[in-house]
Design a protein around this ligand. Sequence first.
Ligand code: OGA
Ligand code: MN
Length: 312
Amino acid sequence: MTVYSSNEAPVARGSRLAFHHGTLMAVSIHPFDTALGAEVRGLDLSASVDDSSFEIVRGAYEEHSLLLFRDQTLSPEQHIDFSRRFGALEIHVLDQWRHPEHPEILIVSNIKDKDRHIGVPHAGRYWHTDLSYMVAPSRGSLLYAIEIPEQNGRPLGDTRFASAVAAYEALPDEIKARIADLSATFSLAHHRSKLMADGADQSPLTPEQEVKVPTAVHKIVQVHPVTGRKCLFINEGHAVEILNVAPEESRELLDLLCRHVTKPEFVYRHQWRVGDLLMWDNVATQHIAAFDYALPQRRYLHRTTLEGVALA
Ligand code: OGA
Ligand code: MN
């Protein structure tokens, strides 16, 4: 590992030195061997992160779209404090699954208290990006693993992430031209109907929730609001139909683009460990969870969600 002194610290790669509890620590960025993602080492997120280390993290987030911080021990307050360094937090519309004392935290879990799910039981059942059904989809999500199911020492419930940037770049020119000005509708109610049609143990959104998240319209090709890179912004979980084309063409294009974006060459598969904090960009990536475990195997994570800006 290369170690730089702080005044020669490169913006995204490499390392810099920082004192933490009197110990010299070096923040370093280790890109994965995949289309997206990097591990950040040398940071204890339960303590406050100094500004120059934070700028390295922010630069790495822009460059790699997904960051992994291993071996963290975070209280809800510490998780929220670190998340807020990136901007304001969403209070998720699914109020039944927010943390009872910290509404900024959404609980993702298969655990039940009697008959009641204590967290979102089907988060990530289909490829999606968080809050793509809102006018201003999220800038990013930070998911912290507290309990991870396993079998014979092997973790279950992996999450796969696809790079919407690499997927866009790899599209044939003819398709790029065809979708350049197209928009699609995105809906959480549609997502819920899909889950129910697939037999998931779910009820429809309440009328109050439906009012808070009406159907949104977004362009299929987004210029990323921070990096300026073009992203293929369409996902099987929330996208309903492509506007201003015949219904068959909408179905055909949706199917083609959703299958394209999740091809293995654009994907990183995350195998969870307790103590992982994983953060991802909801415009530059999409994700899906594996449901290869069941109670009494328990899965329990905390998520914070960054506010985003209104997209085209
Ligand atoms: C989420 C999500 C997937 C998972 O929290 O946004 O999609 O693996 N989670 O829990
Ligand atoms: Mn998600």
